[in-house]
Write a protein that binds this ligand. Structure first.
Ligand SMILES: [Zn+2]
Length: 260
């Protein structure tokens, strides 16, 4: 099977819930993150053109490392070591190569925490982030809020500074070409059903067109082209939603009906 791996959902779910918490926290929401990290140019690139490593991946990475570095700055190295070892064990990665720290020597512990973090970033960080992304990509509440916050930033961009990304009215340009990997990913996630009315579009599998790929936050409402802002809708819902309406649903499709 292409692109399959053993996910570690226990770890991913617990970190994903922390990421959701931070998105709703004034101290590290999208606006704060972009401004603290001076991340505007990278964000605009991703709003302009879908990238496999989405802006949500970048946000997860920032939230996760920020929390770890905060603990390291506070000299709570043991906490970080415990967290990293747990993750490395969960993913069955052998870290014996970096040795061990003696428990009484605090300098030693701090140096060990730094080494362990560097090792983790080289060996595992990208996979952990993508597992967390896999959890969050199924959560339309999160995706809607993420892109709603992005829209607040996009609406404040100066058109003359970003002529490649923005139209004259300040709206992000619509992409001309919809990458296959993106369409496939959105189709799999939405199980070929309309995200708004739930109707089954699988019989139309071969005829699904670009029109069925809808921006959760419409471009005219500050939306963007990052993969986190796409969903499948049927032609009728797409039409009735209109160009500026950001209403969304987080419908689920149980695997079977509980009682029949
Ligand atoms: Zn529909």
């Amino acid at each position: 099977m292409v692109n399959a791996r053993n996910a570690n959902l226990d770890s991913a779910i617990s970190i994903a819930s922390y990421v959701i918490h931070q998105l709703n926290n004034e101290e590290f929401n999208i606006e704060e993150w972009l401004s603290l990290y001076d991340y505007y140019e990278q964000a605009i690139e991703k709003w302009k053109q879908p990238n496999r490593k989405t802006l949500v991946h970048d946000y997860i990475e920032a939230v996760y490392l920020e929390e770890q570095n905060y603990l390291l700055r506070k000299h709570e190295s043991e906490e970080v070591i415990k967290e990293l070892k747990e993750l490395l064990d969960n993913y069955e990665i052998d870290y014996s190569i970096i040795g061990n720290a003696s428990i009484d020597a605090s300098d030693d512990v701090e140096a060990y925490a730094d080494k362990l973090q560097a090792f983790f970033m080289d060996e595992l960080l990208d996979v952990v982030i993508d597992d967390i992304f896999t959890v969050l990509y199924a959560d339309k509440n999160f995706l809607h809020e993420f892109n709603r916050q992005c829209a607040e930033v996009i609406k404040q961009l100066e058109v003359q500074n970003h002529p490649e990304a923005l139209k004259e009215d300040g709206v992000i340009k619509r992409i001309k070409y919809y990458p296959q990997w993106l369409k496939k990913g959105v189709e799999y996630r939405d199980k070929l059903r309309c995200s708004l009315c739930g109707c089954d579009l699988s019989s139309a599998f071969t005829t699904l067109t670009d029109e069925n790929f809808d921006h959760i936050i419409p471009l005219h409402a500050g939306g963007n082209n990052d993969p986190s802002n796409w969903q499948i809708t049927c032609a009728s819902c797409n039409k009735s939603k209109g160009a500026r309406n950001s209403n969304y649903k987080n419908i689920v499709f149980p695997f079977w009906e509980l009682s029949k």
